[in-house]
Design a protein around this ligand. Structure first.
Ligand SMILES: Cc1ncc(COP(=O)(O)O)c(C=O)c1O
Length: 351
């Protein structure tokens, strides 16, 4: 099944002849890009005749300093999707197996299938990865275990004790791909930041992105961190200029924009509290979220409500492709966007 992105605002407004539609469908940063990144990108536009630095030297140095790691342990991608794809192409071939959760991020089955490997699905009770079950599914053919922490579209996270149990057990030659696209949003002290386990002797690939908290989804930049042997193998598979020149300067500026990051966290935390309080009042079950979105369960085919929300000018995300047949995923937006969503759903449900 191909990846189905969220509906663009312009498309909805054109189709329904409405104005002021909002898109809370793709887990983007509602505050916009970091203003420092915007400025840096504008200044770099005049050099677009030049190829980018294929090695992203300055960005690599900067991120390496930020995390206290060696630059050789870093790889960039055209979004973290690209890093995930490079990992699949580097470490799997037809006949191999990859393990992922039944409601895990949909790119894992896509990249697994693309290389002719077999996807082994682990059930997700309570919509959370079950690392004991994932461990039990390992065979000699297993090459990659994909774990989104926190996971999209469920918003759930694996906690430290379970992760440490798993890491202790997992064979050293299996790549444990920790997809941490939303880690900056996590406030829970029990979150196992996979960077802290890079020296455990296990093959951990930490994957992160500039698309979420940094607000640079349109620029496309993600990165992977792992032992340099893992990274050097991946470097041979990636396209030479997969991190373009604008995303490199944009990301460097965004890293320094602490104010924007802090503000984003604050807006998200307040918004998540507001939306979940209102969902409780409306008796709509939701999965407790550690991210910038929330999975709601409407108990029935969600498409009529999704379509009615569109008419109210609110784009959320159906998640049928994940086998979540009664759910919608709602990204936390600005205060007025969250209110518009709550007003819309209240009206539609006749509450
Ligand atoms: C869990 C997870 N990983 C990775 C990505 C990919 O993000 P990008 O390719 O924009 O870095 C997303 C985007 O929605 C995601 O939810």
């Amino acid at each position: 099944m191909p990846y189905v992105p969220g509906k663009p605002v312009e498309e909805l407004e054109r189709e329904l002849g409405i104005k002021d539609a909002i898109k809370i469908a793709s887990n983007e940063n509602p505050l916009g890009p970091s203003p420092l990144a915007e400025k840096a990108v504008k200044e770099a536009v005049s050099s677009l005749n030049r190829y980018p630095d294929g090695d992203a030297f300055y960005l690599k140095e900067k991120l390496a300093r930020k995390f206290g790691i060696s630059p050789e342990t870093l790889i960039f991608g055209n979004g973290s999707n690209d890093v995930i794809d490079i990992a699949a192409r580097t470490f799997m071939e037809p006949g191999d197996e990859a393990i992922f959760g039944e409601y895990a991020f949909i790119v894992y089955p896509i990249v697994t299938q693309a290389v002719g490997a077999k996807g082994v699905i682990s059930p997700m009770p309570d919509y959370t990865h079950d690392l004991r079950d994932m461990y039990s599914r390992i065979t000699e053919k297993t090459k990659i275990i994909f774990i989104a922490n926190p996971n999209n579209p469920t918003g759930t996270m694996v906690k430290r004790a379970e992760f440490e149990w798993f890491l202790e057990k997992v064979p050293e030659d299996i790549l444990v791909l920790m997809d941490e696209a939303y880690f900056e949003y996590v406030e829970d002290k029990d979150y196992p930041n996979s960077l802290e386990y890079q020296n455990s002797g296990k093959s951990i690939l930490t994957v992160r992105t500039f698309s979420k908290i940094y607000g640079l989804a349109g620029l496309r930049l993600g990165y992977g961190i792992a032992h340099q042997d893992i990274i050097s193998n991946m470097q041979r598979v990636r396209q030479p200029f997969n991190a373009n020149s604008l995303c490199q300067v944009g990301a460097m500026a965004a890293i320094d924009d602490i104010e924007h990051i802090e503000k984003t966290k604050e807006v998200n935390s307040e918004g998540l509290t507001y939306v979940t309080e209102e969902l409780k009042k409306l008796d709509i079950p939701y999965t407790p979220s550690f991210t910038n979105f929330v999975l709601i369960d409407l108990g029935d085919n969600p498409m009529p409500i999704y379509n009615s929300l569109l008419k109210e000018g609110v784009i959320v995300r159906p998640v049928l492709g994940y086998g979540l047949k009664t759910h919608l995923r709602v990204t936390i937006g600005l205060r007025e966007e969250n209110e518009k969503f709550i007003r819309g759903i209240t009206k539609i449900l006749g509450k």
